[in-house]
Write a protein that binds this ligand. Sequence first.
Ligand SMILES: CCCCCCCCCCC/C=C/C(=O)SCCNC(=O)CCNC(=O)[C@H](O)C(C)(C)COP(=O)(O)OP(=O)(O)OC[C@H]1O[C@@H](n2cnc3c(N)ncnc32)[C@H](O)[C@@H]1OP(=O)(O)O
Ligand SMILES: Cc1cc2nc3c(=O)[nH]c(=O)nc-3n(C[C@H](O)[C@H](O)[C@H](O)COP(=O)(O)OP(=O)(O)OC[C@H]3O[C@@H](n4cnc5c(N)ncnc54)[C@H](O)[C@@H]3O)c2cc1C
Length: 643
Amino acid sequence: MKVAWAGSREAFQVSDRMAKLVANDPVFEKFSKPMLGRKELFKNTLRKAAYAWKLINDLRLTEEEAKWLRHYIDEPNYTDLHWEMFVPAIEGQGTKEQKKKWLPLAQTMQIIGTYAQTELGHGSNVQGLETTATFDRQTDEFVMHSPTLTSSKWWPGGMAKVATHAIVYARLIIDGLFHGVHGFIVQLRSLEDHSPLPGLTLGDIGMKFGHGTYNTMDNGVLRFDHVRIPRNQMLMRVSQVTKEGKYAQSDVPRQLLYGTMVSVRQTIVADASKALSRAVCIATRYSVVRRQFGSRNGGPETQVIDYKTQQSRLFPLLASAYAFRFVGEWLKSLYIDVKQRLEANDFSTLPETHACTAGLKALTTAATADGIEECRKLCGGHGYLISSGLPELFAFYVPACSYEGENVVMMLQVARFLVKTVSNLGYKQPVGTAAYLGRVTPLLQNNCAVQTAEDWLNPDAILEAFEARAARMVIGCGERLAMFENPEEGFAELSIDLVEASLAHCQLITVSVFIQKLNHEIPGNGVKRSLEVLCYVYALFLLHKHQGDFLATGYLTPKQASLANEQLRTLYSKVRPNAIAFVDSFNHMDHYLCSVLGRYDGNVYPKLYEAAWKDPLNDSDIVDGIQQYVQPILKQKLHYAKL
Ligand SMILES: CCCCCCCCCCC/C=C/C(=O)SCCNC(=O)CCNC(=O)[C@H](O)C(C)(C)COP(=O)(O)OP(=O)(O)OC[C@H]1O[C@@H](n2cnc3c(N)ncnc32)[C@H](O)[C@@H]1OP(=O)(O)O
Ligand SMILES: Cc1cc2nc3c(=O)[nH]c(=O)nc-3n(C[C@H](O)[C@H](O)[C@H](O)COP(=O)(O)OP(=O)(O)OC[C@H]3O[C@@H](n4cnc5c(N)ncnc54)[C@H](O)[C@@H]3O)c2cc1C
């Protein structure tokens, strides 16, 4: 199962080796993090990042190994933006010459980059950005300027204190004419003494949610006061500005300007299963240790994992972790394919890839953020302790619902793709993830054939149910949209239904990828049979949760929906004996989990007790402030004290 989770034996070995490297090196200790102040926390992260870079070089780690190393160090920092956004932006949007100049500098970290798109006033609406890049023909330069307060760049990770360079998105202006938003490579700091370059105001935007997690990152604010950069620092693969000031667009579609976001959204989907599996591992192990009620004749109480209600909250999350792992793997292969095509100037699959990355990013991050919080509740009161590992994990993870495309905004992008697909149905056969929309007649006419709970243990029955639900919701939206004279008005008016239809489409992708995985790629019958159970749990849990959709579209009868729920209950009993094996298969080491509740050895209570004594408040019996502020109250003799 460890190999199935990792993707291959080689992938398992690489991640396992890196997990152990990090866990066994005292530099990467992280239990004390929540006790540190912001400055110490930040410096500590800088120290770890520098040490990690040294390890990467000294041990000659491959790109894959370096990624795992950074992952297991488990502290957001400037290198995330450098490797995940700055480098890909140059790779995807730079010309050959630009790549030749900038990539070697970035890849050896002689420069450190960030991705400065969002502003104080605009994040989702990229076309609404206000920073200007005005071409000056006389000097062959662009003048970067922040004309308003709301145009201040706001949020870019690593920008406040570390990055030496940034890809800055700004409105291109030539001779007073606006030519859309483009990316520019801008140097922010001196490579000699790290001070901000003249004309730039740079700082940190302040503390964020949670304490020891995202505050290791220096998210920044940046303002330009007429800062000049050479013309050849505009990323010019999509459009070019000549030294005469002529604006030209190559045959590369404009959408490629958004290409870095496609790349990172793919990574975020791949990472969702890591965060969810971490929370599920903690909650499952603890649910086996924790006992409440049910003692008979003085025997032990019931392990809370044996309560059906606990199973009904925990096992769908366990199944979701596996579902997200497989859909992340699938999306990665889709992305690798589109990347190769884009390099060869084949843009045909970009719209579908954009819809998949946007939609799956929204689906997986929302479910993971909610899932981590559910795992905290599944651990009862102890889940609220920092030492459970869950509050910090939640604080770290939850911004994934907002960054890289706010989730609702992303689902609306999927909706645009689906509406377009449906409106082209007469003359363009949909392919890939939208192929099912080419079979609308049977999907709209045939109803579910399930008659017993057992009938739900059939991948075809499940697939057809999810296809029919998505097709009926999408087609329904299409029909209602057609009633509007102005399509944009219609889209806005129906946006709630459109987001729901997009979710149904994305859930269909996730379920069908899981089924596909079982049909083709699982080595070993035992592993395959166990994963089949999880696949049914995932699908039937979604069906139960969204039964309103399945019933309202008329595909299911209430009886069939209740049979699905009956089957789900039976499936929970099949998951139970393997629950610990399923979470052990994630191969999460104690160092990575950073959780007393999720310890591999199950030795929870003594370690919780021990951890409590490490709190600085327990350094002495009488702490600072008691004599000054508590003792006087105890000793006071005021009239109203009698009340
Ligand atoms: C948990 C650990 C994870 C670790 C991962 C790595 C570490 C990363 C750390 C996080 C750091 C965070 C960084 C950031 O957040 S960077 C900023 C990200 N910002 C956004 O995502 C902004 C979201 N907004 C947008 O993407 C666009 O503005 C939006 C698509 C919403 C609207 O754009 P526009 O107004 O131009 O819109 P249209 O809808 O008219 O679209 C025009 C056409 O372009 C197509 N399109 C849009 N986006 C893309 C894309 N990315 N790729 C390809 N095509 C795209 C769209 O479908 C339209 O096409 P048609 O004309 O054919 O319909
Ligand atoms: C931790 C973190 C790190 C970040 N790192 C970076 C970075 O490195 N570089 C960078 O450039 N940016 C970064 N960002 C910014 C991030 O990309 C934006 O915050 C994100 O894209 C959301 O945009 P917004 O803040 O403008 O949200 P808004 O768009 O203002 O969203 C507010 C609300 O409005 C709704 N809404 C907006 N538009 C629509 C619409 N058309 N229809 C319906 N509802 C709508 C949303 O659903 C949401 O509920 C980071 C953000 C965070 C939290």
